[in-house]
Write a protein that binds this ligand. Structure first.
Ligand code: 4AZ
Length: 319
């Protein structure tokens, strides 16, 4: 039997480890289950009508929409891609957005933004701590086009800033479930980006239809989904990549992030809808990467010192 003092010391060590692993400021950094997917500034009853083409979003309508921007000497920060806030310090985006800017120091994330060049008092800009690319992202086929940005700041939620819910597995989609895409990307294939956040309602298109010979002819893999219209016209475009494809589930009264904007043949073309990475497929990757990273970065030096001291004390008592 171990002496009581040793089990007390061991319990204390476990307590120190647990406390050290806890996120700062009492903010949970795991993926939220309840506090997500709601739009405090929008009355859901009045929305849900079909949109032909995109239109300006209301201020605060999509509180998880993030603009990921790169600093360019002499030009300042440029919007590169969209992203979705999934907890206090994590943005989900597309891997192909990172291109040559692998160093997180090039980037910032802007959250709670409506106009790209006119920030509100509630807009938050955060530098990036780490970029986590899916290790098997394929630049040729765009399979596993998914990445996480871990932010340096822990973002406080408010009416303009909220995380979106992530599905635990495939969600039952019906024609009653409205789905939307948003972004500051081009409004035409050869157009220019929009300063005001654009939104559009889209249909989810079956894998079989999307892969048929006169559509994408087999280029759409299991981890992708197609959304838009057979006749084209409503679509995501360059600059929207990384941003959300989200659906409102009336029974849950929440929005879920169903896809991450990835690619497409041009923009708005008939039979070539936008392609999105299925978030349900990557739920365990997202969870493990988020938790792994938070655990390795939130164990502070004082915690390590306390833990080592407790370890030494235990050894001295035992020997
Ligand atoms: C892009 O280049 C891009 N029409 C994103 C989405 C689509 C096409 C291109 C889908 O970021």
């Amino acid at each position: 039997m171990r002496p009581r003092c040793c089990s007390d010391v061991a319990s204390f060590a476990v307590l120190v480890l647990l406390l050290c692993g806890a996120p700062p400021e009492g903010l949970s950094n795991v993926i939220p289950k309840d506090e997500c997917g709601t739009r405090p500034l929008v009355d859901e009853i009045t929305t849900g009508t079909r949109i032909v083409g995109g239109h300006d979003a209301q201020v605060g309508a999509w509180p998880w929409q993030v603009s990921l921007q790169v600093y360019r000497f002499g030009l300042g920060y440029n919007h590169i891609c969209g992203g979705s806030l999934i907890n206090h310090n994590t943005v989900l985006t597309a891997a192909h957005c990172i291109r040559r800017w692998m160093d997180p120091q090039f980037w910032r994330a802007v959250i709670g933004m409506h106009h790209l060049f006119k920030h509100h008092s509630h807009t938050i800009k955060s530098r990036v701590r780490t970029i986590i690319l899916h290790a098997e992202f394929n630049r040729m086929t765009f399979q596993k086009d998914i990445a996480l940005f871990k932010l340096l700041s822990s973002i406080k939620f408010n009416t303009f800033i909220q995380p979106i819910c992530l599905p635990d597995g495939p969600l039952l989609m019906t024609t009653e479930i409205p789905c939307y895409i948003t972004g500051w990307g081009n409004t035409k294939e050869k157009g220019s980006p929009r300063a005001i956040l654009q939104e559009a309602q889209v249909n989810i298109i079956s894998q079989d239809k999307c892969n048929s010979l006169d559509w994408y002819a087999g280029a759409i893999y299991e981890d992708m989904l197609c959304a838009g219209f057979e006749g084209g016209g409503v679509d995501s475009c360059q600059g929207d990549s990384g941003g959300p494809l989200m659906c409102y589930f009336p029974d849950k009264t929440k929005y879920y992030l169903i896809g991450v904007t990835s690619f497409g043949l041009g923009c708005g073309k008939p039979k070539f809808p936008g392609i999105y990475i299925r978030t349900a497929t990557y739920r365990s990757w997202i969870n493990s990467q988020t938790i792994l990273h938070d655990k390795t970065t939130t164990v502070s030096i004082p915690c390590v010192l306390i833990f080592l001291s407790v370890g030494w004390a235990t050894l001295l008592i035992v020997l």
